[in-house]
Design a protein around this ligand. Structure first.
Ligand code: MG
Length: 382
């Protein structure tokens, strides 16, 4: 006898899977432009799908994470970084009984506002926009999902749930954009789902930069010997698998470090929650930051970050690439301002309330991929 497969509604799924500290889509504060509910997907699932189907998301494939010279096709891009943040955050969200859909959605959107050429591009645009409110990639992510992606008939932007917007306000954003005031970002702290994404963003980039940095030869094994986490991990792997060497050993070490960090978070966060006597979502929002490594892992993580800053992010080869990229964006910016005809196609679909030409040029350049910026530079600066 065949049985009808029983479908679990998203409301039932949330009730079963999400603990007291998680955000429930069933109690979402809604969207700026109210929309009828979808029969199958929760509001956060819809938001996730809107992000994956956005242009800004697809462009992440051709945006640099760290400007390590792109010699190998398996080096990370903003897209693969985003996917790593997403899978690691989801593991932790599930482990802590949080809303996995919200966590995944915030993770997939967290870098949509990144300009081409990583932080070098961000620095160049911020310098050019000093008199007009500056440029910061987290705020730009909000602009992308709030205004710049245009594909729906009734509004510009993706009209995401307020909880997702809140998840993207990493360093606070109230008042940064006129439409954001409506997002009611009234909490002192953000839900654990967003805090977890912030932590996993750092975790992911530190670990994959360690991997790509050593693969590229910019980080030598000798230099890496200074890093406690690396030394400890290599020693434990060599004890269990003495035959491992070379690239396999290195990749397995990075994988083991990620595992140690995730395990650490899954122990440290519940301890912090218990100490702070946090028992409800309301308590989370009043408690201040709860998502962090243990004190011991915080120290080791800090040491690794400092090592990467001194040996990879400021490596002469990386610095030379950054300087070239910043220069390229500065020249493109000046060119578009002087030749608005080049941006007619963009201006036609640009629905901003009070656009200054500089902001439009900045949004245009910020949306570029590295390879499109290179192509435009070659075309216009001959
Ligand atoms: Mg990131």
């Amino acid at each position: 006898m065949s049985q009808e497969p029983r479908r679990l509604s998203w409301q039932e799924y949330e009730e079963r899977m999400i603990g007291e500290l998680g955000v429930r889509a069933a109690r979402s504060r809604g969207r700026r432009h109210p929309e009828p509910e979808h029969p199958l997907r929760s509001p956060f699932q819809r938001d996730r799908d809107r992000i994956v189907h956005s242009r800004a998301f697809r462009r992440l494939e051709y945006k640099t994470q760290v400007f390590v010279p792109h010699e190998k096709d398996h080096f990370r891009t903003r897209l693969t970084h985003t996917l790593e943040v997403s899978v690691i955050s989801r593991t932790i969200a599930r482990g802590l009984g949080l809303n996995e859909d919200l966590t995944e959605t915030v993770a997939l959107a967290h870098d949509l506002g990144h300009s081409p050429f990583g932080h070098a591009g961000e620095r160049a645009l911020d310098g050019l926009m000093k008199a007009f409110g500056g440029f910061e990639h987290n705020l730009q992510s909000l602009r992308v999902v709030g205004e710049l992606e245009c594909k729906y008939p009734g509004f510009s932007g993706l009209n995401l749930s307020f909880e997702v917007l809140e998840g993207l306000t990493k360093h606070g954003a109230a008042g940064a954009e006129p439409w954001l005031d409506e997002a009611a970002l009234e909490h002192r702290s953000r839900p654990l789902e967003s805090q977890i994404v912030d932590l996993c963003d750092e975790l992911a980039y530190v670990c994959h930069d360690l991997d790509d940095g050593s693969d590229s030869g910019l980080l030598t094994q000798r230099a890496l010997g200074e890093v406690t986490l690396w030394r400890e991990t290599l020693a434990s792997i060599k004890a269990a698998h003495p035959q491992l060497s070379g690239s396999v050993l290195r990749q397995y070490a990075v994988r083991t470090i990620i595992d140690r960090m995730v395990t650490d978070i899954l122990t440290a966060v519940p301890e912090r929650i218990a100490r702070a006597r946090v028992r409800s979502l309301e308590d989370v929002l009043a408690a201040g930051p709860l998502a962090a490594f243990s004190p011991e892992m915080t120290r080791k993580f800090g040491e690794l970050k400092k090592f990467l800053m001194e040996n990879l992010y400021t490596h002469p080869r990386v610095m030379a690439q950054n300087e070239r990229a910043e220069n390229m964006l500065r020249r493109l910016f000046a060119f578009y301002l002087e030749n608005p005809g080049e941006l007619e196609h963009y201006a036609a679909g640009y629905r901003q309330a009070r656009p200054v030409p500089e902001r439009m040029v900045c949004d245009y350049i910020a949306g570029m991929t590295d390879r499109f910026a290179e192509k435009e530079f070659a075309r216009l600066m001959r």
